[in-house]
Design a protein around this ligand. Structure first.
Ligand SMILES: Nc1ncnc2c1ncn2[C@@H]1O[C@H](COP(=O)(O)OP(=O)(O)OP(=O)(O)O)[C@@H](O)[C@H]1O
Ligand code: SF4
Ligand SMILES: [Mg+2]
Length: 454
């Protein structure tokens, strides 16, 4: 999953087929008996001044991917191209020089700062080590960095325990900035902070990005936070990237069943609105022995024949939007309507059939099933034009998802009570997907439990 072929920008970093297998050793002889496939063939590009969000369930390999691409842990395979060189091929001395430009901010501001060192030592260490400044110059550099991240320059002689969590994270950011980097991995950089402090730190990161032309790989659990900061988002599952798209596309029209399930879990800000939350059954399988074929097949509601045996390849379903799912692969897609109906979210079909940019073979399948020709979007990645009435543009997320009947609602209907809005799926008429005139089931399939939240 890389950049769109139409994208003419020069990437800052190109990650190709990155793998990290941790060996499992056992016995007195410490024999390798297996491996944890923490990252298993991840590819993406990061452009200058861009933030790529990396999301996925705990243990899916986000941290390992972030650290491997800085070579803080040695990748097992793959390429990391930076300034025309493959970082994996660099020796220790060469890597040390490059590392100045590639930094990391850690999740836990309490454990990532040495409690026995002053702020001056923590931030100044790298400045001195890399010969950027010496003596008094280091102190004044540290002071100006502290000021830049919103801390008092006079704090230079303080120790980490004298700061709050948010302030410590600012020290971590100052440390990462000290060597004037191009790229920073922010590994759950705001996850340990409370919401108001999170917002301050994110705004600081955004300001610094503009000021220093930085690129970020922003690793986080919280999709709302990732949405706020990212230009593009990669969704990981069990060591692999399942979907990659720009932020608006991913939130507006996610195709992968896993992404759709993750998005359904985001709480809605309006308590009167119902959320169709899809809870995936079962645990994430072990990365020691990942499922064959599609790694998500053991939990996917749309799993069908090729999924158990053939690993999906990443398909660029529309410019810059990559999905690793057989449904969107012209070679393996299916005309079986029940498989399509099992997708957690079919609103994008309900809104007007297949997006015009889907691969033609997949488009034909959806057209055949829905009887709807694709809307003319002339390459636009947004919602099909015909959907964008002024009312809808102002609509809340749920209103945007309204069925045709709801869109034609009279003012009275629009002012419906919560009960009316909580219409059961049967009450919502949607376009037919099946030739047999069955109603499109926009809810989760029987393979998934669904809870409704007010
Ligand atoms: N040093 C290690 N040795 C063996 N296995 C490891 C090691 N580090 C990580 N793993 C395993 O690799 C997998 C991915 O771990 P990783 O920390 O990258 O996940 P993550 O997505 O960052 O999770 P979280 O969201 O909880 O931080 C996990 O199964 C983990 O147990
Ligand atoms: S439909 Fe198949 S390939 Fe697509 S996510 Fe589900 S199991 Fe994987
Ligand atoms: Mg992690």
């Amino acid at each position: 999953m890389t950049a769109a072929p139409t994208d003419t920008r020069e990437p800052l970093l190109q990650v190709r087929n990155l793998k990290k297998y941790f060996p499992i050793k056992k016995g007195i002889l410490n024999r390798t008996v297996g491996s944890v496939k923490a990252v298993d063939g991840v590819s993406f590009d990061i452009f200058p001044n861009e933030t790529v969000g990396l999301v996925g369930e705990s243990g899916c390999g986000k941290t390992t991917a972030g650290r491997s691409l800085l070579r803080l842990i040695e990748p097992s395979d793959g390429e990391i191209i930076y300034q025309g060189r493959n970082l994996v091929d660099l020796n220790t001395k060469e890597m040390r020089k490059v590392r100045r430009k590639l930094q990391i901010i850690f999740q836990d501001p309490y454990s990532s700062l040495n409690p026995r060192m002053t702020v001056e030592d923590i931030i100044g260490e790298a400045i001195e080590f890399h010969g950027v400044a010496k003596g008094d110059e280091v102190r004044s550099m540290v002071e100006s960095l502290l000021e830049r991240v919103g801390l008092q320059p006079s704090y230079v002689m303080r120790y980490p325990h004298e700061f709050s969590g948010g302030q410590r994270q600012r020290i971590g950011i100052a440390r990462a900035l000290a060597l004037n980097p191009d790229f920073i991995v922010c590994d759950e950089a705001v996850s340990a902070l409370d919401v108001s402090v999170q917002a301050q730190v994110i705004n600081l990161l955004l300001d610094l990005q503009d000021e220093f032309n930085l690129s970020y790989l922003f690793i986080a659990h919280d999709l709302s936070v990732v949405r706020h900061i990212s230009d593009r988002i990669a969704v990981m599952y069990l060591g692999q990237v399942m979907e990659l798209a720009d932020c608006d596309t991913l939130f507006g029209r996610a195709f992968h069943p896993y992404t759709q399930a993750l998005l359904s879990a985001i709480p809605l800000p309006n308590p009167r609105r119902k959320a169709h939350r899809v809870i995936l059954k079962g645990d994430v399988p072990s990365p020691m022995n990942p499922p064959s074929g599609c790694r998500f097949h053991t939990r996917c509601p749309s799993c069908y024949e090729p999924c158990r045996t053939i690993q999906p390849t990443s398909v660029e379903v529309e410019p810059g939007h990559f999905v690793a799912c057989h449904l969107y692969d012209p070679e393996h897609t299916t005309k079986d309507s029940s498989t399509w109906k099992s997708l957690p979210d079919l609103q994008w079909i309900a809104k007007g059939g297949a997006p015009a940019n889907l691969p033609p073979a997949v488009q034909r399948v959806i057209e055949e099933l829905t009887g709807t020709p694709p809307p003319e979007t002339d390459g636009d990645r947004g919602v099909p034009e015909e959907d964008a009435t002024p009312e809808e543009e102002d609509a809340t997320p749920d209103e945007e998802d309204a069925t045709p009947e709801e869109e034609d609602a009279t003012p009275d209907e629009e002012d419906a009570t919560p009960d009316e809005e909580d219409a059961t799926p049967e009450e919502e008429e949607t376009p037919d997907l099946d030739e047999s005139d069955e109603e499109l089931d926009l809810e989760a399939s029987s393979d998934m439990e669904e809870t409704e939240k007010s």
